[in-house]
Design a protein. Sequence first.
Length: 111
Amino acid sequence: MSFALVPFQVDHIIARKHGGSDELANLALACLHCNRHKGPNIAGIDPPTEEIQPLYNPRGDAWGEHFRMDGALLVGLTGVGRATVQVLAMNEPEFLAVRETLIKEGVYVPV
């Protein structure tokens, strides 16, 4: 079951401009919103430490190590998680509203 209003896009985890390849290991599906916010970024700023952190890599990083759900809110647990949430704008109000609705309907279970 899919809840995306537009098709997912193929994203280069490491952008070609940074030496990333078109190999499957460097590609991931991303929603339009997250992909547009990520752009060619491979890092972001961890808000509490103000240190540069790499963005979450879905091919090598463990989701549960870097993120947790607090209801509909996505919480970064590490510098990588916090920087990724910020750069991809993953907690914008419209995303929180959709997640809240899906949770209420029992369709989405926060992990």
